[in-house]
Design a protein around this ligand. Structure first.
Ligand code: PMP
Length: 449
C-alpha cells in the first residue's frame, strides 16, 4: 500500500526534507518551499504553488528553448512509446538513434561525423574525457593522461567533470576523489578590462597562453586534452575574448592535444548557430552536448567526434569492442524521438535565425540597466546574458537572494548564483518579453536596494 494519501501536501513533505534536493540549500528551502514549488508550465511561463505566473528566464536550466508543453513533442513521445519504448543499445540498435546521430552530425562542424549518446551533460563530459584517453592510447601515446580544464568551468558532477571543472564549492568536499593529473587554465574574466562589454571582449586573448605555460610545465607528451566551455555558462556567462578560442586551438594542434568544447549549454542554437564552434569559427576535436537536444523533456546528452578520432578507434582489433563505455539509456528511443521533433521545430520555425534576431534585443535590454548603482557588470552573447550585482554590505549573495525573492513576486523566475543573475530565455520569447524581463529586473533591484 502506498503511504501517499489523497491529502498529500507538497509543502509538508518539502518541510520534512524527504526529498533531498540537488544543488539546493535544503534547510533554507524547507523553511519556505511554497514559492519555489512549480506546479505547471506552458510556453515560456511557470506557475508556482503560491499562484505566481513567472517568466522562465533561464529556459529551465538552459534546457527548454522551445518553451514548455509543446504539443508536437507530446505527440512524438506518445507515438514513439507505442512503437518502441526501449531497445538496448549494446550490440543492438534502432532507427531513431541512427537517424538522430546522422542529423546531429549533419549540423556539426565539417569532419565531425560521429555521435556517441549519453543521458546528461555530466555523462557527456566523462565520455569525452574517456574518448580522449582512449584515442591517445590507441595511437601509442598512453602516457598522455593529463586533462586541462579552466577556472570557473562547469563540466557537470561526475568525477571527471568535477575534476576538470573549476568551481571551488563543487570540488572541496570531494577533493579526496579528484582525478589525477588535472591542471587548469585561468578563466578569462577581468572586470577591470571588460565590465559592461557588449558581446565578445577584445581584452584577454593572451590568457590562452596559459596553455603554453602548462605545456612547458608538464610536457605536451603527457597532456591528453583541454576542455572548455566556449562561453562559460553556469558561472555567469563569461564570454570568450576575441581570438582566445582560436589561440587555444592553435596551441592544441601544435602539441597534439585534443580540444574539447563543452557545448552542453551552447549547443543547438543558443549562439544563433547549431554550435558555438560555428559561431566562433573554431573547430574542436570533440563537442559535448545535452540539454536543448530534447528541450529538457527527456534526458539525453552525447559527444560528437572528428572522423580522425572515430577512425582511430576503428583501427583496433577486428570485432572487439573498440570503446568499452556506454549507458543503459544511450540513444534511448524516447529521447531520440524527442530529439528529432525538437530539431524539426527548430528548423521549421527558423529558431537559430530568431536567436540571431533576438540577440541585439536582449543585449540592448540588458545594457539599458547600466548605471544602476547596485550593478557591477552586464555581459551578453547569443541568447544569454548576465547581470552581476555588487555584493551588499551584509555579505556576498545577500542582495542576489533578495532580488530572487522579489522577482518571483514580480513575475520573473531568475537563476541567481551568489550575486550573479544569468539569463538564457527561451528562443520563443518575444522581443516584448525580453524587454519586460530586464525592465522588471531593474525595478526589482531598485526596490530591494
Ligand atoms: N557541462 C556544462 C557546460 C553544463 O552547463 C552542464 C549543466 N549546466 C553540464 C556539463 C552538466 O550537465 P548535467 O547537469 O546534465 O549533468
Amino acid at each position: 500500500m502506498s503511504k501517499m494519501t489523497a491529502n498529500f501536501d507538497p509543502v509538508v513533505t518539502a518541510e520534512k526534507g524527504t526529498y533531498w534536493q540537488p544543488f539546493t540549500a535544503n534547510r533554507a528551502l524547507r523553511a519556505n518551499p511554497a514559492p519555489r514549488t512549480m506546479v505547471s508550465a506552458k510556453g515560456a511561463y511557470y506557475q508556482t504553488l503560491e499562484g505566481h505566473k513567472v517568466f522562465d528566464t533561464l529556459s529551465g536550466l538552459w534546457c527548454t528553448p522551445l518553451g514548455h508543453a509543446h504539443p508536437l513533442i507530446g505527440e512524438a513521445l506518445q507515438k514513439q512509446f507505442e512503437k518502441l519504448d526501449f531497445a538496448p543499445s549494446f550490440q543492438l540498435t534502432h532507427s531513431g538513434a541512427l537517424s538522430l546521430a546522422q542529423r546531429i552530425a549533419d549540423m556539426a562542424p565539417e569532419g565531425m561525423n560521429h555521435v556517441f549518446f549519453a543521458n546528461s551533460g555530466s555523462e557527456a563530459v566523462d565520455t569525452a574525457l574517456k574518448v580522449a584517453l582512449g584515442y591517445h592510447r590507441i595511437k601509442g601515446a598512453g602516457n598522455r593522461f593529463r586533462m586541462i580544464g579552466r577556472e570557473r568551468g562547469y563540466h557537470g558532477v561526475g568525477f571527471g567533470g568535477m575534476s576538470v571543472g573549476g568551481i571551488l564549492s563543487n570540488r572541496k568536499m570531494f577533493a579526496a576523489g579528484m582525478m589525477p593529473g588535472v591542471d587548469h587554465l585561468r578563466h578569462t574574466y577581468d572586470p577591470k578590462h571588460m565590465a559592461f562589454t557588449r558581446g565578445q571582449p577584445t581584452w584577454g586573448a593572451d590568457r590562452a597562453e596559459d596553455l603554453e605555460r602548462l605545456v612547458t610545465l608538464h610536457d605536451a607528451s603527457t597532456i591528453a586534452a583541454v576542455i572548455v566551455e566556449p562561453v562559460q555558462g553556469s558561472t555567469g556567462v563569461i564570454v570568450p575574448p576575441v581570438g582566445y578560442l582560436q589561440r587555444l586551438r592553435e596551441i592544441c594542434t601544435q602539441h597534439g592535444i585534443l580540444l574539447i568544447f563543452d557545448e552542453v549549454i551552447t549547443g543547438f542554437g543558443r549562439m544563433g548557430a547549431p554550435f558555438a564552434s560555428q559561431r566562433f569559427d573554431v573547430k574542436p576535436d570533440i563537442i559535448t552536448f545535452a540539454k536543448a537536444i530534447t528541450n529538457g523533456i527527456v534526458p539525453m546528452g552525447g559527444v560528437i567526434v572528428t572522423d580522425e578520432i572515430y577512425n582511430t578507434f576503428m583501427t583496433g582489433p577486428q570485432n572487439a569492442i573498440e570503446f568499452c563505455h556506454g549507458y543503459t539509456y544511450s540513444g534511448h528511443p524516447l529521447a531520440a524521438a524527442v530529439g528529432h521533433v525538437v530539431l524539426d521545430i527548430m528548423e521549421s520555425e527558423g529558431l537559430f535565425e530568431r536567436v540571431k534576431a533576438l540577440e541585439p534585443v536582449l543585449e540592448d535590454a540588458a545594457h539599458s540597466l547600466k548605471g544602476t548603482p547596485q550593478i557591477a557588470d552586464i555581459r551578453n552573447i547569443g541568447l544569454t546574458a548576465a547581470v552581476e550585482l555588487k555584493p551588499a554590505e551584509a555579505g556576498a549573495g545577500v542582495r542576489g537572494a533578495a532580488v530572487f525573492e522579489e522577482a518571483l513576486k514580480q513575475g520573473l523566475l531568475l537563476r541567481v548564483t551568489g550575486d550573479i543573475i544569468s539569463f538564457g530565455p527561451p528562443f520563443i520569447s518575444t522581443e516584448e518579453e525580453l524587454k519586460t524581463m530586464m525592465s522588471t529586473l531593474g525595478k526589482v533591484i531598485e526596490s530591494v536596494g
